[in-house]
Design a protein around this ligand. Structure first.
Ligand code: F6R
Length: 237
């Protein structure tokens, strides 16, 4: 694992933007795996600026997001589709039809997971997968205990995750109890992975991810076995 230590979120986002730009400029049809959450917000702002300044074009880029809440439509401000449109897609020259996020309103969410997995397979491998880190070590919505070989699947969100995400909702009861997420098996097939971690409250879990045993109890610990992972963080690991 390659670890890049930064001093703050701006530095983290600038370094992460460089990885995204390198991927886009080195591939004919780049495929990016994207994450939502607080961590990549500044990165997305920088990508919008760079797109506006003509430093990068997303016109040939395809994106696959990690996850989506079950039961929320793309117009719901809490949905991850809404987040991605608002924080990135609406402001860059990407073709919307090439931005993929699981459909949280699908009638059969198990079936939706299978089709999402097939779509990723058919597009070829993800060139660069961005990840944030959950307080419990989750990546995507793969909570502790999720088998490492899972593909895109439906998950029950655990209490820690629902509480952590309640800040985006008016009440904890409104946080969905299920989500659709790429599995760890899916994530590990990305050619390159960029894990972004900011804030002292994630120091203990990040140390377990980097130095602890590879264990399904700490989902992100599997990244130790990926050949091309970079962690950008303000934490002394
Ligand atoms: C988001 C996702 C989650 C977040 C993680 C960290 O699409 O899959 O795994 O990356 O929960 O969230 P923040 O960045 O809000 O701390």
């Amino acid at each position: 694992m390659n670890i890049i230590k930064v001093n703050n979120n701006i530095e983290l986002s600038e370094k992460a933007a460089q990885f995204v730009l390198n991927t886009i400029s080195s591939k004919e049809r780049p495929i990016l795996g994207l994450a939502t959450g607080s961590t990549p917000e500044k990165l997305y702002e920088l990508l919008i600026d760079k797109n506006r300044a003509g430093e990068v074009s997303f016109s040939k880029v395809t994106t696959f997001n990690l996850d989506e809440y079950a039961g929320l439509s793309g117009e719901d401000p809490q949905s991850y589709r809404y987040f991605m449109n608002k924080h990135l897609f609406d402001h860059i020259d990407i073709k919307k039809e090439k931005t993929f996020i699981p459909n949280g309103l699908a009638l059969d969410i198990e079936e939706e997971c299978k089709s999402y997995e097939q779509l990723i397979e058919q597009s070829g491998s993800i060139d660069l997968q961005l990840l944030g880190l959950g307080l419990n070590g989750h990546i995507g919505f793969n909570e502790p205990g999720t088998p490492f070989d899972k593909r895109t699947h439906v998950v029950a969100l655990d209490a820690v995750t629902r509480e952590a995400n309640a800040r985006f909702f008016s009440h904890l009861d409104e946080v969905p109890t299920q989500a659709l997420t790429m599995g760890i098996g899916t994530i590990m097939e990305a050619k390159q992975i960029l894990l972004l971690v900011i804030g002292e409250k994630k120091a203990d879990i990040l140390k377990q991810v980097v130095h602890g045993d590879v264990s399904e109890n700490v989902p992100a610990s599997i990244l130790q076995r990926h050949p091309n992972v970079t962690i950008i963080t303000d934490i002394d690991v």
